[in-house]
Write a protein that binds this ligand. Sequence first.
Ligand code: GRF
Length: 216
Amino acid sequence: MSKKLKLGVLISGRGSNLQSLIDATKKHDFPAEIVIVIANVPNIAGLEIATKANIPVQIINHKTFNERKSFEDELHGALTKAKVELVCLAGFMRILTDHLINRWLDKIINIHPSLLPSFKGLNTHNRAIESGAKFSGCTIHFVRSEMDCGPIIIQAVIAIKQNDTSDTLASRILVEEHKIYPLAVQLIASKKVSIKNGRVRLRDAVSPRTTLINPR
Ligand code: GRF
């Protein structure tokens, strides 16, 4: 098998998406490997997950920097030193600016728990339920400095049930997050993803025929 794509995963909390990437990389034919996990918050569960998987970790606490630029310089240095080729934001709760994004253009991807471009930002599940929308889901996209924007790579759709709470919806969406993040990485690492006119083009893309109707 050809050389594996080197991933740097950035986290701020629980780390369940990190875990899904670790699980995927354990398969010998998965075309990517995690070379570093960076957290901007100390003592989080995600760091234990990385350590348990023998992945080098680094804490770059944003609170110890006076300005965003120097925080991002530190991130850039750590990613470069680890020879990262693709940065995966996995519940990373800091907004990145062009200062970093331009140096890693089309090399940073993010997971967001809604069907973008709907419900950018925080509190997505509550807002999706309260909007009366019948579907929500999750999105993997390339990162731009505008929050939760950038070319969409892959999405999964979930029907919102009439009695859903933010927690019940979140847990069903999380199951799908754990499927589509490894899938997006696999597509990128297999060089199937390109960007044209701000939109993702997928080589050999096959779209499902199914139409979802909710309620039936
Ligand atoms: C996920 O829901 C992800 O979509 C969002 O933050 C959450 C992180 O969860 N960006 P985890 O830390 O990966 O468990």
